[in-house]
Design a protein around this ligand. Structure first.
Ligand SMILES: NC(=O)c1ccc[n+]([C@@H]2O[C@H](COP(=O)([O-])OP(=O)(O)OC[C@H]3O[C@@H](n4cnc5c(N)ncnc54)[C@H](OP(=O)(O)O)[C@@H]3O)[C@@H](O)[C@H]2O)c1
Length: 374
């Protein structure tokens, strides 16, 4: 009798919980909106790229929006150049995963672009007091909404641009350059080591090849036929054309695999690692990777490669790129010294940013796609 009553009440509690969860989901869905529908007059208009809905690059609009105002710890930048990353494609894509993070019904943040280079226009109160940046300084770094005439960035995410480095080159560096540098450090790269870079000709790969060379490594680059000459020109010692040869089937062994694609299994990559080799799981194949493929590769990385590597001497390392002023200054100095050459395949105008993202979305950009802001 007592058990029957408990079962009855548990069923009721479960039903109430389900109804509440459904209501919460419904309210959260309709409440998650953005500022696109607000039609108040603009006080200080500027041009920017905005996206009000999820979708393909066709959802990008070139519009007048309110010029941002820096907080006490921010810098207002007059943007001279920005660059696109695979991240920008993932942000606008309509995926259930993206909706859970960036807004259920509509994207909460409607501004796009992370990598920025430009001139300081105004400095927040606290930074001005500390004398950190001043109007006119030329800077580069990471912010939100770089695809605009003006953007605000935290002081922690900005460094001075080396004077001889053009704005377009500086803007091509932050996310891709930091990802390459920090990933190679995850691989504990040493001079003389054999390093393989899978996905060597995209934004991250072109930096990774050159940075690995500057560490004194012997670099093998994996790319498609049309990019063989490009990777040679930036210093790769050996090139594997993935349309003709599978690097996991060769007899060569590598101390570090820097994997931008992760399109091989755990055991295939172990086969070509040295006994204490490290495979750095940097990415999933760039802007062109489709949702199903990406989820499969993330799951493979997390549950198989990373998990099983705790039982072997060969390691599979995963990492998230972190903003580091020191690293960004180092990359800027390498460019200034002529030891690192950003590969910029195409430069678009701000008004043509949708075309630029459409190009990146195809998944075969060579190096970086840059937006020059007049
Ligand atoms: N870990 C982090 O915190 C972090 C930070 C930033 C970026 N990432 C990730 O890093 C990855 C690379 O980013 P990206 O900006 O370099 O992307 P990207 O510019 O779109 O480049 C992707 C590259 O992948 C190559 N590729 C595609 N299929 C390939 C295959 N089967 N074998 C070898 N290469 C292949 C393409 O070369 P071809 O044209 O020759 O095919 C292209 O050059 C992305 O997945 C991104 O999400 C990770």
């Amino acid at each position: 009798m007592k058990v029957k009553r408990i079962l009855k009440w548990s069923r009721r509690a479960l039903l109430v919980a389900l109804i509440l969860a459904f209501l919460w989901g419904f309210i959260a869905y309709w409440a998650s909106t953005n500022d696109c529908d607000r039609k108040t007059a603009l006080v200080n208009p500027m041009k920017a790229i905005v996206y009000c809905e999820y979708g393909s690059p066709d959802v990008l609009k070139f519009e007048d929006v309110e010029k941002p105002v820096p907080t006490d710890n921010q810098v207002l930048i007059k943007v001279r150049a920005a660059s696109l990353n695979a991240l920008d494609v993932y942000l606008i894509r309509d995926t259930w995963f993206g909706r859970l993070i960036f807004g259920l019904r509509k994207p909460k943040d409607t501004r796009l672009g992370r990598d920025v280079a430009g001139q300081v226009e105004a400095v927040g109160k606290n930074l001005a007091a500390a004398g950190q940046f001043k109007p006119g300084d030329e800077v580069f770094g990471i912010c939100r909404g770089a695809l605009a005439e003006y953007a605000c960035a935290s002081e922690r995410a900005l460094v001075m641009k080396p004077p001889s480095v053009p704005f377009e080159q500086a803007a091509s560096v932050p996310l891709a350059g930091l990802t390459a540098l920090q990933g190679l450090r995850e691989g504990k790269i040493q001079p003389g080591q054999k390093v393989l870079i899978n996905g060597a000709t995209g934004g991250v790969g072109t930096f990774a090849v050159q940075i690995a060379k500057s560490f004194g490594a012997e670099v093998t680059a994996v790319c498609s036929t049309r990019n063989v000459e490009l990777v040679r020109s930036i210093g790769a010692d050996h090139v594997i054309d993935y349309t003709k040869e599978d690097f996991t089937k060769s007899d060569q062994r590598y101390d570090v695999i820097f994997d931008n694609v992760c399109n091989h299994s755990f055991s295939e990559r172990r086969r070509v690692l040295t006994t204490k080799g490290i495979c750095v799981l940097a990415g999933m194949g760039g802007a062109g990777v489709k949702e199903g493929q990406a989820i499969g590769r993330i799951a493979g990385n997390l549950f198989t490669a990373r998990g099983l590597s705790s039982f072997t001497d060969q390691k599979f390392a995963q990492y998230m790129t972190k903003m580091s002023k020191q690293d960004l200054i180092m990359l800027g100095d390498l460019i200034q010294a002529g030891k690192l050459r950003p590969v910029i395949e195409r430069t678009y105008k701000l008004s043509d940013a949708a075309d630029a993202l459409r190009y990146l979305d195809k998944g075969h950009a060579r190096g970086k796609v840059v937006i020059a802001v007049e």
